[in-house]
Ligand binder design. Structure first.
Ligand code: SF4
Length: 297
């Protein structure tokens, strides 16, 4: 590559980084100033296509033989981490028909401290993902957090580093939080439903969710958050036991075992679909207001 091509490539990269950064700096005169215009229509992941009026989304069939193929998932960390890498679509999605256990049930009554609980389960092999993971990814943040953000499962970078939401999507999440004066680790806790990475970032299987969700339930019982935010369609569908699309779930408060829960896009999805940054900003403002109200502020 000659010098002029290198300069052009560097300039393009810098412009893109500046655009992404600009959106999450709190706008002085309204978010519209910082939202990029809608991008030319490309095929969206199926879960983010607009709901036809009155349409009811039918539950999808569970994958045959327990093998969920690869596809580009809304809100997920793509294969190879949150690098924007795409992967084949079209595989059936798991159906999350897991019964909700009693609200007060404590799946691990022996533990009253979140660090001790992490140590107790960090070698878990209750499902096959325990054999294929590199690192167990428990969660990170303030053990007294009022706000808990929950994704679906670790991606490649998370699996490598043992921490949720790292890489580009994690940086964007930090920018989103900073836009409303929140910070990872300060009143905020971040984790996933599954603590181990599904191979090639496929969707979690119902059997994996069934085995791993008690860990999340215990985490939440120890954290006692005032608000939960589900990041991405799959996390929201699992937590709410629904097959609704993300657009139907966002914009309102739900209930997860007695804790208010709201739904928004996964930051990895925003990296690939900047047109979703505007609705995400609306969700983030709602998140902040709900949190402030819950804190009595
Ligand atoms: S995904 Fe959850 S249940 Fe499966 S091995 Fe990892 S920690 Fe255990």
């Amino acid at each position: 590559m000659d010098d002029s091509l290198k300069r052009d490539a560097a300039r393009a990269l810098a412009q893109r980084a500046a655009r992404e950064h600009r959106l999450w700096v709190r706008p002085a005169g309204g978010i519209g100033e910082h939202v990029r215009p809608p991008q030319p229509a490309t095929r969206r992941p199926r879960d983010e296509r607009p709901d036809p009026a009155g349409a009811v989304e039918r539950p999808r069939a569970a994958p045959a033989g327990g093998a969920a193929g690869l596809r580009e998932r809304e809100g997920d960390t793509p294969a190879g981490g949150d690098t924007g890498e795409s992967f084949p679509r079209g595989a059936p999605e798991p159906e999350y028909g897991i019964p909700i256990a009693g609200q007060l049930e404590d799946p691990f009554p022996a533990y009253t401290d979140i660090a001790a609980f992490e140590r107790a389960i960090c070698n878990c092999r209750k499902c096959p993902l325990g054999q294929t993971r590199q690192k167990f990814v428990f969660g990170v943040g303030d053990p007294h957090a009022d706000l808990v953000l929950i994704g679906e499962a670790p991606g490649a970078e998370e699996d490598r580093l043992g921490e949720p939401f790292v890489g580009r999507a994690g940086k964007l999440l930090d920018q989103i939080l900073a836009a409303v004066d929140l910070k990872r680790g300060e009143g905020v806790y971040i984790c996933n439903i599954l603590k181990c990475r599904p191979p090639q970032n496929r969707d979690p299987l119902p059997s994996e969710v069934s085995e791993c969700e008690p860990h999340l339930v215990k985490q939440l019982q120890l954290l006692e958050p005032k608000l939960i935010v589900a990041l991405g369609r799959v996390a929201a569908q699992v937590l709410l036991r629904t097959s609704d699309s993300l657009s139907r779930m966002r914009g309102k408060l739900h209930d997860y075992r007695g804790v208010p829960l709201m739904v928004t896009y996964h930051p990895a999805a925003l990296l690939r679909n900047p047109q979703w940054k505007r609705p995400t900003w609306e969700d983030v403002q709602m998140m902040k207001k709900t949190l402030d109200d819950a804190r009595g502020g």
